[in-house]
Design a protein around this ligand. Structure first.
Ligand SMILES: NC(=O)c1ccc[n+]([C@@H]2O[C@H](COP(=O)([O-])OP(=O)(O)OC[C@H]3O[C@@H](n4cnc5c(N)ncnc54)[C@H](OP(=O)(O)O)[C@@H]3O)[C@@H](O)[C@H]2O)c1
Length: 359
């Protein structure tokens, strides 16, 4: 039985970490950590978790846990993960792994030197559609890969009443929407293509209103300091040759919104919508014709919450030394979190310097 402490008691812990862990017959969530006593107590009661702590150092010192999961604002991922690894715990950490690559490199080295399990929550790897896209692309079904289009389009930033929270604060979130969703897109492009980013040219902007209603203190305004729009043109080197990537992450896009990756090869293209609440979809198009859906396993349906639960199960299985069945057999490690972090850092550096940045 794996005893797990969950650090962070917010929305994502509630949707993914705790239910995903509790769905595994060999895992028990034995402790929760969050700053607000009311929130952590309420979550502990809802999920039947016996212990709660207000400080992660205290949880690591006192709770009898083999592993922790970290779902705090991004700024805290590094200190919490470092302390957990130093205490000999396996670590599952949210994305983006850290705020910059010096931190992610340190975590990777520490986890490897301690021979602990280390995984990053690149959720969309666990879509059946992502595995099928990987199989087709790396099996040569598209011929030579030439170009990838990676898009996150949200409209929330267009609403003046949208509350500002930690994600909109550069000190807590780091790269704003680039860190939040760009990290997922970079990982999916690497995962599906098997390639690595080699050079990037990027632009990062904060375009929306500089102040919005404070999501944590009703009646007050909060400064928006994190970027809400990033565009980047990137070079990718893959097993089958070189390709380009056009990445756009935006919270200021009027509907209809596109949230997908497209992989364009000499012999056709794949469109991979990513979503964790809907049935997986993967589309294949040939000769410029409209793409058609490809068959996927029955399990690729929304009711089973497959994507999130497989991700959490993969962590538990790895900690217990069990092999995971596909599509949970390629969880993202801190090496993947570090690789994505290097790409984000390079895009941000290019945006500051105005020229391309090599990786
Ligand atoms: N993989 C995915 O697809 C996915 C999806 C959603 C979110 N995420 C990631 O999950 C993380 C959390 O996001 P969220 O939406 O759940 O945020 P959230 O709802 O704001 O929750 C954040 C939680 O962290 C706690 N916290 C803040 N500082 C802390 C500290 N120093 N020590 C311990 N706990 C602390 C907060 O405590 P209080 O409540 O007491 O303030 C709160 O419980 C982020 O890194 C985000 O990028 C990933």
């Amino acid at each position: 039985m794996l005893r797990v402490g969950v650090i962070g008691v917010g929305g994502w812990t509630e949707t993914c970490h705790i239910p995903g862990l509790q769905a595994h017959p060999e895992a028990r969530v034995v402790a929760l950590c969050g700053r607000s006593p009311e929130r952590r107590q309420a979550q502990a009661e809802r999920f039947g978790v016996p212990e709660t702590y207000g400080d992660y150092e205290e949880l690591l010192a006192r709770a009898k846990v083999d592993a922790v999961t970290i779902s705090t604002p991004n700024r805290w991922h590094f200190p919490v993960a470092r302390a957990a690894l130093a205490a000999g715990k396996h670590v599952f950490c949210e994305k983006p792994l850290t705020l910059h690559q010096a931190e992610s490199a340190e975590l990777l080295a520490l986890a490897e030197s301690r021979q602990l399990i280390h995984q990053v929550a690149f959720t969309f790897r666990f879509l059946y559609a992502a595995h099928e896209a990987q199989r087709l692309l790396q099996g040569g079904a598209l011929g030579q890969l030439r170009h990838v289009v990676a898009l996150t389009e949200w409209s929330g930033g267009l609403r003046p009443d949208a509350p500002a929270r930690w994600r909109n604060d550069a000190d807590l979130s780091g790269y704003g929407i680039l860190g939040d969703m760009g990290s997922h897109l970079v990982d999916l492009a690497r995962f599906v293509s098997g390639g690595e980013f080699r050079a990037v040219r990027g632009a990062c902007w904060r375009i929306g209103r500089p102040e919005r209603p404070d999501g944590e203190r009703p009646g007050r305004l909060r400064a928006v300091t994190a970027d809400d729009e990033t565009e980047a043109l990137c070079d990718l080197s893959g097993p089958g040759g070189d390709a380009t990537v056009a990445l756009r992450v935006s919270s200021l896009t009027p509907p209809p919104l596109r949230n997908h990756l497209e992989f364009l090869g000499d012999d056709g293209y794949l469109r991979l919508p990513y979503s964790r609440g809907e049935t997986d979809t993967l589309m294949l198009g040939r000769n410029g014709a409209a793409p058609e859906p490809l068959p996927l396993p029955q399990e690729a349906a929304p009711a089973t919450n497959h994507c999130l639960f497989k991700m959490m199960a993969a962590f538990v299985d790895a900690c217990l030394g069990h092999p995971s069945p596909p599509p949970a057999d390629q969880p993202a490690t801190f090496a993947d979190g570090h690789a994505a972090q290097r790409v984000l850092d390079a895009i941000a550096a290019s945006a500051r310097n105005g020229g391309p940045t090599a990786l």
